[in-house]
Design a protein around this ligand. Structure first.
Ligand code: NAD
Ligand code: UDP
Length: 316
């Protein structure tokens, strides 16, 4: 039996990863303190004979008795409103939590994959962003708690690789979307879909000219699994290259939900990156991976989930 441990496994990405690992025949141990995740995301896995949930804060000593093959370290608040609400927890999970997860990987002599982020590039001065770009991060701004925690996490991951010989992988994840995002996590897609489905004004921050490149969840998970199974120790970008302005993204959501909502412009959050697009040449070359789901298709695939969430909220 192959044993995988997923920290943050009750979150958006982590729960999809748990599903993928179960489908590959792994025994999956999900460790999560539910600070931003939800038991709903893994409810369908509870009772499965190859799934175990441990409620635990990974910044505290972490140990399991199973002989692990893989650790996927996904625990961390990830949406800007979450890490602004939990700044200290975000810094702690990126630093202390990554240290504990790496310690467990060293002890078990298993592979370790860090979920890092495009935020390591900050407000980038290189476009599209390649893995050899060192970034433009404001360490003391409000987003610094997340960006610097992830940059520290990358540094300690490479140190465990170089100094202790742990087989580590680092994925720099670009904006990802799909079912199981929280309706009110503040990220662009859930915010716009909720507003559009309830005919409220759609809030575009700034003038909406800032860009993002949105990757559908299934593509991302496939790329992360391929990276774990590869021999690549240095960071790899995984994301969709199709870049869109946030204003056009809002218009697309309004169109695809047949909404009558109007767009309103609100203040741009501090240090909000102006542009973001992954260069995925390395992922194509090393992993033979590239995204397959186009934005319109991905939004359409996400709509039924969000519709159900909105209906539940209205009924409550
Ligand atoms: P999420 O908030 O849905 O999931 C994070 C999970 O980690 C939650 O279930 C939360 O309860 C758990 N967690 C947080 N601190 C913990 C702790 N101390 N101990 C145990 N569990 C803890 O966020 P997500 O979007 O699924 O992001 C998952 C990971 O991927 C994060 O590390 C994030 O930085 C990274 N990432 C995500 C994106 C994206 O677009 N979603 C982009 C870049 C990077
Ligand atoms: N955004 C917006 N309106 C919202 C939520 C987000 O205009 O209601 C913008 C946000 O300012 C950013 C982009 O959408 O420029 C993506 O935001 P998200 O929080 O999804 O991700 P991140 O900023 O981490 O890339």
């Amino acid at each position: 039996m192959t044993y995988s441990l997923v920290t943050g496994g009750a979150g958006f990405l982590g729960s999809h990863l748990c599903d993928h690992l179960i489908s590959k025949g792994h025994f999956v141990i999900c460790v999560d303190n539910l600070i931003t995740g939800s038991p709903d995301n893994i409810a369908h896995l509870i009772g499965h004979d190859r799934f175990k949930f441990i409620r635990h804060d990974v910044t505290e000593f972490l140990y399991v008795t199973e002989d692990l093959d893989y650790i996927f370290h996904f625990a961390s608040p990830a949406s800007p409103i979450d890490y602004l609400k939990f700044p200290i927890q975000t810094l702690k999970v990126g630093s202390l939590g990554t240290h504990k997860a790496l310690g467990l990987a060293k002890n078990k002599q298993c592979r370790f994959l860090l979920a890092s982020t495009s935020e390591c590039y900050g407000d980038p001065l290189v476009h599209p962003q390649t893995e050899d770009y060192w970034g433009n991060v404001n360490p003391i701004g409000p987003r610094g708690v997340y960006d610097e925690a992830k940059r520290f996490a990358e540094a300690i991951t490479m140190a465990y690789h170089r100094h202790h010989g742990v087989a580590t992988r680092i994925v720099r994840i670009f904006n990802t979307y799909g079912p199981r995002m929280r309706l009110h996590d503040g990220r662009a897609l859930p915010a716009f879909i909720f507003q559009a489905m309830t005919d409220q004004e759609v809030t575009v921050f700034g003038d909406g000219s800032q860009t993002r490149s949105f990757c559908y969840i299934d593509d991302l998970i496939r790329g992360i699994y391929a990276l774990m199974m590869s021999d690549e120790n240095e960071p790899v970008n995984i994301g969709n290259q199709a870049e869109i302005s946030i204003l056009d993204f809002a218009k697309e959501v309004i169109r695809l939900t047949d909404s009558k909502s109007k767009i309103v412009f609100e203040a741009l959050p501090v240090d909000d990156p102006k542009i973001r697009q992954p260069d995925i040449s390395k992922a194509k070359r090393v992993l033979n991976w590239e995204p397959e789901v186009e934005l319109v298709d991905g939004i359409n695939r996400s709509i039924p989930y969000f519709k159900k969430k909105v209906q539940q909220e209205i009924a409550d």
